[in-house]
Design a protein around this ligand. Structure first.
Ligand code: SF4
Length: 333
């Protein structure tokens, strides 16, 4: 039986926004940094396998535009298209804590200077957190609203190695605890399914780990292949096969059914915003079709968020032991 949050089989983030802001809010994605520790090759790091030259930004055409120009351009477009009134400015591309504090502060001030801005959303990585960055987030959260989106992607080190993330699952767990201790910002994580050698047990364990974390939301992606990414070569060499749509929907079902109903869901699948850059799988180019397919699939199976959830509160030691119990399988690349 469908649980029914706004008629959906999962708890959508829009419910949180409605409660917090009194109505629908739209995100304006902006690019203000053009670097990250991986791309810079710090400590031998490499570009993440899935990351394109735009640093995973939604709007590549903003490259070279100032922050005000970007905000005003996309505010105009979105406001006109959806009659939108309320916006969050989403510092999305690359790593938005990998910058001087004063520069970050100036950017936040610019973003909040517009009447329509309800708050800020900051995308970053688990290993790029300094006390001063967290103090800055907290300062702006007390003035307005700050949501942090952490690119966790996986808690399993074999998968993180395949993706060349340059951080471990343990670093993500530590980062989440650090942010939750030092701040009261709204905290969400990004997860990617469709990894090589991924097992059902890992999906279940991911849901169990997430349930016990001090986060408010998750964003789900399928691992897809974009042009001019390291994964494109791995794919053409025959060492990576993207997950099929139904297999991915089965993963989503398993995760969602075991996810606590307290956690909001931002997204069920990735989509290629620059579809001409998509190499594979083709199904991920159809944003609305994919989104609807995931929802229809959950409904068809009588599935909904939390259907198999049971509350438990394992200790940090138990979580660490459970993660360790997964043997590390060498990725195929
Ligand atoms: S996904 Fe983020 S951390 Fe990885 S290479 Fe791209 S911008 Fe850098």
């Amino acid at each position: 039986m469908e649980k029914g949050w706004e008629g959906l089989p999962y708890r959508p983030i829009s419910e949180f926004y409605k409660n917090r802001f009194g109505g629908k809010v739209y995100k304006i994605p902006v690019s203000v940094v053009d670097d990250c520790p991986n791309r810079r090759g710090l400590k031998g790091m490499q570009t993440c396998v899935f990351c394109d030259v735009w640093g995973s930004a939604a709007n590549s055409e903003t490259v070279g535009m100032g922050l005000r120009q970007q905000i005003e351009k996309y505010h105009g477009l979105i406001a006109k298209k959806y009659n939108a009134k309320k916006f969050l400015i989403y510092f999305q591309a690359y790593t938005n804590s990998f910058e001087k504090i004063e520069t970050l502060r100036t950017n936040f001030e610019v973003a909040l200077s517009y009447d329509f801005t309800q708050g800020l959303v900051v995308g970053t990585r688990p290993d790029c957190l300094s006390p001063s960055v967290m103090r800055l987030w907290q300062e702006f959260h007390e003035r307005s609203f700050v949501a942090v989106e952490l690119g966790v992607q996986s808690f399993f080190d074999d998968q993180l190695e395949f993706m060349r993330r340059g951080h471990t699952g343990k670093q993500s767990l530590d980062a989440i605890q650090k942010i939750a201790t030092a701040t009261t910002v709204d905290l969400g994580i990004h997860l990617m399914f469709g990894q090589p050698n991924e097992t059902d047990a890992q999906i279940l364990e991911t849901a169990r780990i997430v349930n016990d974390l001090p986060i408010s939301n998750v964003k789900l992606h399928n691992l897809h292949v974009l042009k001019e990414t390291p994964l494109e070569k791995i794919y053409h060499d025959g060492q990576f096969q993207p997950i099929e749509r139904q297999a991915y929907a089965d993963r989503v079902q398993m995760f969602i059914e075991n996810l606590s109903p307290r956690i909001y869901v931002q997204r069920l699948a990735a989509f290629a915003s620059r579809w001409e850059e998509l190499v594979a799988p083709k199904w991920t180019s159809d944003k609305m079709g994919t989104h609807q397919f995931m929802i229809d699939d959950l409904r068809r199976k009588g599935s909904y968020q939390g259907k198999c959830f049971s509350a438990s509160t394992p200790s940090d030691v138990e979580i660490a032991a459970r993660l360790k119990s997964f043997s590390v399988i060498s990725p195929s690349s």
